[in-house]
Ligand binder design. Structure first.
Ligand code: PMP
Length: 397
């Protein structure tokens, strides 16, 4: 029997979630699951790189050897050996990082939420790049900050702009390697200048680095946390170097902050899956990533090259795009009069998809931009999809 509701609920959502919206990307992904659509829209790593057999063997090993521990509740800060592994790996950069500074999280996305939860009040100033990672803007926006947009050029964010806008900011959020969405890399000089600018202002610098190990050519540039471990908060993830489905990331912070983050995590979900952490540790403890990551880099570098060649061949003069040196994304700038949100409707009618650029801007959007991911589309489909998109853009220039 259905219960009667004499007073139907008038849902009164909290102030902080009233402006929340579903990510544009997630909406586009619903359309692009159709097999005939060539989609450059997703931000997914290539499943060809997932180490299924190693994960399976590790699940077996952990469950048969330590099943009772793996299936029990665990500590909030994370699985000890894995925290040590993270601290050791980051310490290779020169500055000593302690395991106590590491908090394991349910994807690095959770770290973004926790950081905003403990650092941001309504109206607090938060500095972000222009454009920035959409998932970070979504996570931060729940806490109702006042965004200050840091200007960028083809070399990433401009540190000289920070002192003028950064006074009293609660945090500065930066993506130094193969940025999502632009694919740009911040030079060593700019990293040092940014670290210095934040230190002078006393503003915590958040270094979000899920793509750092996916450098195609040169050795990765130094991490900002190695330049100033007392002023930088580092975020890493196993999503792009192992698999995203396990939802495992970490945040590394000075002790007073990591303790507060841990309390916030306790309230949010008690801890990240102990089983998952133990399995990941089992997979990586003997150096698996050092053989595995080069295979991901090689695949992505080839796909990136195919994308760049296709763009050169099919896109008209007046369109520019970034030349990523790692990671998964290229950022395209169209002539000013073309709105990529409108272009998307026409592109989808021709079975090709991308993500319009506007949602990646915290303040004033540049609507003539778009993001292309090249890692999950095979080379011949990259060529075909870019040819279709190029033909469409040529009708508008
Ligand atoms: N930061 C950036 C820049 C990302 O691109 C992503 C994933 N798209 C994340 C954080 C979150 O990754 P995860 O939660 O899978 O670790």
């Amino acid at each position: 029997m259905k219960p009667e509701n004499p007073a139907p609920i008038q849902w009164h959502f909290a102030q902080r979630v009233q402006q929340l919206q579903s990510s544009v990307i997630r909406e586009i992904l619903k359309i692009t699951v159709r097999p005939e659509v060539i989609s450059f829209a997703g931000g997914l790593p290539s499943p060809a790189t997932f180490p299924v057999a190693q994960m399976q063997a590790a699940f077996d090993a952990v469950l048969s050897r330590q099943g009772k521990v793996a299936l029990q509740y665990g500590p909030t800060d994370g699985y000890g050996p894995l925290r040590e592994w993270v601290a050791d790996r980051l310490s290779r950069g020169g500055a000593k990082i302690l395991p106590e500074q590491v908090l394991m999280t349910s994807g690095s996305q959770q770290a973004l939420d926790l950081l905003a939860k403990v650092l941001v009040d309504e109206g607090s100033k938060v500095l972000v790049e222009t454009p920035s990672y959409l998932g970070a803007l979504q996570a931060f926006s729940v806490y109702q900050p006042q965004y200050m947009s840091i200007p960028t050029d083809e070399d990433g964010l401009i540190p000289e702009a920070v002192p003028a806008i950064g006074q009293d900011a609660r945090l500065l959020y930066a993506l130094p390697n193969f940025q999502n969405p632009t694919g740009r890399t911040l030079s060593v000089e700019r990293r040092a200048a940014l670290v210095e600018a934040c230190a002078r202002l006393g503003v915590p610098l958040i270094e979000d680095d899920p793509y750092g190990e996916l450098s195609y050519r040169a050795a990765p540039l130094p991490r900002m946390i190695s330049m100033n471990p007392q002023g930088v908060v580092y975020m890493g993830s196993f999503s792009k170097v192992l698999t995203p489905g396990i939802r495992l990331g970490y945040v590394v912070a000075p002790l007073p902050l990591v303790q507060k983050l841990e309390q916030a995590k306790q309230a949010a979900d008690l801890h990240t899956s102990q089983l998952t952490q133990m399995v990941v540790y089992e997979v990586i403890k003997d150096g698996f990533l050092d053989q595995h990551i080069p295979t991901i880099r090689k695949l992505y570098a080839e796909q990136c090259q195919v994308m760049d060649a296709a763009l050169t061949e099919h896109f008209p003069a007046g369109v520019t795009w970034t030349k990523p040196e790692g990671g998964m994304f290229t950022w395209v700038t169209l002539p000013k009069h073309i709105d990529s949100m409108k272009l998307l409707d026409e592109a989808i009618a021709q079975n090709v998809a991308f993500v319009p650029g506007a949602p990646f801007y915290a303040n004033v959007p540049e609507s003539n931009t778009l993001r292309l991911s090249f890692v999950t589309v095979p080379p011949e489909k990259i060529r075909e999809g870019i040819a279709r998109l190029g033909a469409l853009i040529k009708t508008k220039v």
